[in-house]
Design a protein around this ligand. Structure first.
Ligand SMILES: [Zn+2]
Ligand SMILES: [Zn+2]
Length: 181
C-alpha cells in the first residue's frame, strides 16, 4: 500500500517517531474524511476537527488533513481520549470516532502489522453526531474584540467574561494559569 506508507513516512517526519498513536490517528483521520466524503488530497477548508487528546493522535490528524489551530479548524478538548470528531461546515455533517479496541500489541510485536491487520469497524466506534459551534468558534475574522477593563489586553471571539458589570478577560475573571514575577 504505497499511499499508506506515504502517510507513515510523513507522520514519522512530523511527529518524530511512529507509535500506536500515529497509526490510530492516521487511520482515524482517513476514516473520518471518508465518512464525510472528503478527499484528503484536496484543500479541506470546510473541515473542523475536535481533538479529545493532546497526545500523539493529534499530530497524525494534522498529517492527514493539514488543518491547523491557527486557521480555527482544530478545537482541542483534551478529554484524555483517543477520539476525535470531524465536522463538515458546508453541510453540518459530523462523525465522532473513538478507539473501541482495547487490545494493545506486545512489546516485541510489530506495531504497524498489529494495527493494519485489524479492520476499521473492529478498531473504531463510529458515531454520527451533530456539533454546534459556539459564537466565536467559527473560522473567519474575529466576530468580537473587546479590551479587558482590568489588564487592558484585547480579547477576541467572545472569550470575555462579564463580572460585576465589568468586561474582563478570563485570566482576570477566573485567575490566570501564570504568576507574574
Ligand atoms: Zn507518538
Ligand atoms: Zn484581563
Amino acid at each position: 500500500m504505497p499511499i499508506w506508507q506515504d502517510y507513515i513516512d510523513k507522520a514519522k517526519a512530523y511527529h518524530g517517531h511512529i507509535c500506536g498513536g500515529q497509526i490510530l490517528g492516521l487511520r482515524m483521520s482517513l476514516l473520518g474524511l471518508k465518512l464525510l466524503g472528503l478527499d484528503p488530497y484536496e484543500d479541506l477548508r470546510d473541515l473542523v476537527i475536535f481533538l479529545e487528546s493532546d497526545r500523539c493522535v493529534a499530530d497524525a490528524a494534522y498529517v492527514v488533513t493539514g488543518v491547523t489551530i491557527g486557521r480555527r479548524r482544530v478545537k482541542t478538548l483534551n478529554y484524555g481520549k483517543t477520539a476525535m470528531s470531524f465536522l463538515n461546515l458546508k453541510n453540518g455533517e459530523a462523525y465522532r470516532l473513538s478507539v473501541a479496541d482495547h487490545d494493545r500489541p506486545a512489546q516485541d510485536q510489530d506495531l504497524i502489522a498489529f494495527w493494519t491487520a485489524k479492520k476499521d469497524e473492529d478498531v473504531f466506534k463510529i458515531q454520527k453526531v451533530t456539533i454546534k459551534l459556539n459564537p466565536g468558534e467559527e473560522p473567519g475574522p474575529p466576530s468580537r474584540v473587546v479590551v479587558c477593563q482590568k489588564c487592558g489586553d484585547e480579547v477576541m471571539d467572545h472569550k470575555d467574561v462579564t463580572l460585576n458589570g465589568q468586561t474582563l478577560c478570563r485570566a482576570c475573571a477566573e485567575g490566570p494559569y501564570y504568576q507574574v514575577l
